[in-house]
Design a binder for this molecule. Structure first.
Ligand SMILES: [Zn+2]
Length: 196
């Protein structure tokens, strides 16, 4: 098994972590957008640093844009696997991804008017609302505390992370090389005993 980090490393946004099993099964934990790094952000969001077509599953910890904001881009670039999350995360992700698509389209439209005036090449949004809708078709709800077996070698369970509605820590169990390995991806952590 190999774990690589493609975001939320040396900064706090763009959460994306790749888990690759020995049998080739590849799971992405979160697919967040980089935010707030100025012009540098654009390039970082355009290139994943891995091939979306080679990812089998995505497990989403919660619906904040820095954790789910590049899912439509991932799908646009060929990801066709299942996206697992809690019920509330699915509802919130739909709203946030559609909102993000609209904001990007408006920003690009405005910027391109300026660029056209100066004879500069036109920019493209990372994704549009159709891409966000296409991504929603891949979502699958998994309830808290329900152990979900992706395969004989890989299972996971969500527990409440107390961060926002639907937020979860992801507890993964991998069976390979005649041993059992447990990995917990906390996502963003909130408070104990949070009412929502
Ligand atoms: Zn968050």
């Amino acid at each position: 098994m190999e774990i690589t980090f493609h975001g939320a490393a040396r900064n706090v946004t763009g959460s994306k972590h790749l888990l690759r099993l020995n049998d080739g099964t590849t799971v992405l934990l979160d697919c967040g957008m980089f935010q707030g790094l100025g012009e540098q952000t654009d390039g970082m969001n355009e290139h994943f640093g891995f091939n979306p077509k080679k990812i089998d599953y995505l497990i989403l910890s919660h619906a904040h844009i820095d954790h789910c904001g590049l899912i439509p881009r991932l799908v646009k670039e060929g990801f066709e696997g299942t996206i697992f999350c809690t019920s509330a995360t699915m509802d919130l992700a739909r709203i946030l991804m559609m909102d993000s698509a609209r904001i990007q389209m408006q920003d690009v439209e405005y910027t391109n008017k300026q660029r056209a005036k100066h004879g500069q090449s036109l920019l493209e949004a990372l994704y549009n609302e159709d891409d966000a809708m296409a991504a929603m078709r891949l979502f699958k709800i998994v309830d808290y505390h329900q152990e979900y077996a992706i395969s004989q070698r890989l299972r996971f369970k969500f527990t409440d992370a107390g961060h926002i509605l639907g937020s979860a820590a992801v507890h993964i169990t991998v069976f390979e090389d005649a041993k059992e390995t447990h990995i917990t991806f906390s996502g963003d952590v909130g408070r104990y005993g949070d009412l929502i």
